[in-house]
Design a protein around this ligand. Structure first.
Ligand code: ZN
Length: 262
């Protein structure tokens, strides 16, 4: 099931996306918030083309893992970390598919990083490996937009990876993928239609289970929290006017335009 979050006429709701053709998709509005419960559908339907998509989660935190694909660690001259290695992006960095990425004023080298995002469905802590599947709500596409020059210059990545609009997420959360399937999907990034990144989630050094075990060992995860799982090789520059798209097999395509910060 594909679950989107959206606004229409000033109201915000979640809905189940129905249909196959992009221009004929319809949302069946969900009653309440769908995390960790058997939610009810209202039966009220609106065309997707009539709503504004919002980031598909109400997130408390975004935990991102660095250098989790050997091919990407190497292309930037970094070692592949032996243990998973996490950093934060603030919830204020989130934008939806269709929203603009604002080029930060303090960078001259903005990069795309296509990533599979895991969405947590229930409050959890110290999750054992075999229970990881029970705490995952679903999966969506993410772009871990990075000011690469700032990342190199500053020890902590709060500014380089945490500026407003640095975390496009969407277009919706796919809840029907099991862990085995989520761990073996094609992930792709294009800029202005030209392919920049192409990989498979099976190339992760530390698979999804290990990432959830690693972070939940340290902190409580809440429904709607997001875990970014690293990016395959091919990261590269974004310029004002570019259209960047992250496509993950079985989930969908997240598209954003880069604009000058106004
Ligand atoms: Zn990343």
């Amino acid at each position: 099931m594909r679950i989107a979050r959206f606004s229409i006429d000033g109201n915000v709701a979640f809905g189940v996306v129905e249909g196959d053709k992009q221009d004929e998709l319809v949302l069946d509005i969900i009653k309440g918030i769908p995390y960790g419960v058997d939610f009810e559908l209202s039966g009220v339907k609106v065309p997707l083309s009539k709503v504004r998509l919002l980031p598909p989660v109400i997130g408390n935190k975004i935990v991102a893992f660095g250098r989790n694909y050997a091919s990407h660690a190497k292309e930037l001259g970094n070692e592949v970390p032996e243990a998973p290695f996490a950093f934060f992006k603030p919830s204020t960095a989130m934008i939806a598919s269709g929203d603009d990425i604002q080029y930060p004023s303090f960078s001259e080298d903005l990069h795309h990083e296509a990533e599979l995002a895991v969405v947590i469905g229930r409050m959890c802590r110290e999750v054992p490996r075999e229970r990881v599947k029970d705490v995952i709500f679903g999966y969506t596409c993410a772009n871990d937009v990075t000011a690469r020059d700032v990342q190199k210059r500053e020890k902590q990545w709060a500014r380089a990876k945490g500026f407003d609009t640095s975390c496009p997420l969407g277009p919706w959360v796919e809840t029907d993928l099991d862990l085995a399937r989520a761990g073996d999907l094609t992930i792709q990034c294009t800029v202005n239609g030209e392919q920049r990144q192409l990989g498979r989630t099976s190339e992760m050094t530390h698979p999804i289970e290990d990432l959830v075990v690693n972070i939940s060992e340290a902190m409580t995860l809440l429904p709607g929290d997001v875990i970014l799982t690293g990016t395959p090789a091919g990261v590269g520059p974004l310029h004002v006017g570019d259209e960047v798209a992250v496509t993950i097999e079985g989930i969908g395509t997240l598209t954003n335009k880069v604009v000058k910060r106004g």
